[in-house]
Design a protein around this ligand. Sequence first.
Ligand SMILES: NC(=O)c1ccc[n+]([C@@H]2O[C@H](COP(=O)([O-])OP(=O)(O)OC[C@H]3O[C@@H](n4cnc5c(N)ncnc54)[C@H](OP(=O)(O)O)[C@@H]3O)[C@@H](O)[C@H]2O)c1
Length: 342
Amino acid sequence: MPLSAMQAIQFLGSQFTWLPRATSAPILTGKTVILTGANSGIGWEAGHQLAAMKPKRLILACRDMKTGAAALESVLSKYPGTNATVWNLDLASFENIKEFAARANKELDVVDVAVLNAAMNPGFADAPMKTTVDGHEVTQQVNILSTILLSLLLQPLLAKSVDPTLVITSSEVHMFCGHQLIANAVHTHSSILAAYDDKSRFVCGDRYFESKLLLQLVIRQLIGDLPDIKIVAVNPGMCRSNLGREMTSIGMRIGIIINNYTLSRSAWNGAVNVTKAIEATESQEYWSDCAPAASSSVFLGSATGHAASKQYYHEVMAVLDKVSPGCTAPLGVASRHAQPSL
Ligand SMILES: NC(=O)c1ccc[n+]([C@@H]2O[C@H](COP(=O)([O-])OP(=O)(O)OC[C@H]3O[C@@H](n4cnc5c(N)ncnc54)[C@H](OP(=O)(O)O)[C@@H]3O)[C@@H](O)[C@H]2O)c1
């Protein structure tokens, strides 16, 4: 979907906004922090910024233990003495997430801050759909289902914190993408989640963008359902990172290089947006340029957008309650979600 003039101005203005310096005060003293996607791009830099805030314990959750170890080594070389470790986490497997959460519940007394930053982009070409071991389209599972499952499974540990904070990395692309699949499902009373798992409706180039819109739809409801946790959905801004790794055609590689030298900000600055969100005073549906922000998505504000938000949230929670029975109990609406109407 093309950007409106207003959105283009907002996007460009944001990209060139001067961001504050990363916090260097020890605001995480005594706190236990989990960061996902810590081995690359924005997460790599966020790991260093979090270490500078002197947490009691920092867990770098990574799918690839080798690059995770490299991130840990880099953090420890710059911030010696940080109590940091790498834990394995693969968001493409519900079983792996349950194992990660079980380990957290066994080894940690509390989680004060969870920064769920990991996500994937399946590419902007017409690549075929990839399905996870759990049977979901991989982008939907990694970027939404698994991110929310991990949030729910960490909730008991977050609930033990005096200032529980859940930061989820979203993106401004949610404002620029199409929403036909979502709106069509709402209007035909069919499942949004199933539409995104349907091979015949898969358009690879749209998927990353739409996953961030779906994420925003869920976060809006989650904030209402977990009032005791500060939840902030962050737009780091367009950054130089490895997110374009699936974009292998020469045209796309050239496009990425041009972007990197013109519009994109550094992954460090993207990470500043993410780590500053820890300092938000209350939950924020959208956080951009180190401050609460209003999304200019017309769809999010529309009646269909509101209906889609409730419907998709309900569908997501129904799936997750089956994956890990009782995980939606903290929302106080487990029975409602356990009985999907679709
Ligand atoms: N870069 C941008 O322009 C931009 C703009 C807006 C929002 N964002 C968001 O910022 C966040 C970080 O992205 P990035 O730009 O730093 O990209 P990146 O360099 O590709 O980092 C993505 C991270 O997510 C991890 N990840 C992907 N799939 C995973 C899985 N199945 N299980 C566990 N971890 C997985 C990656 O691990 P592996 O290295 O093992 O794959 C990597 O650590 C994402 O949420 C992204 O959507 C980025």
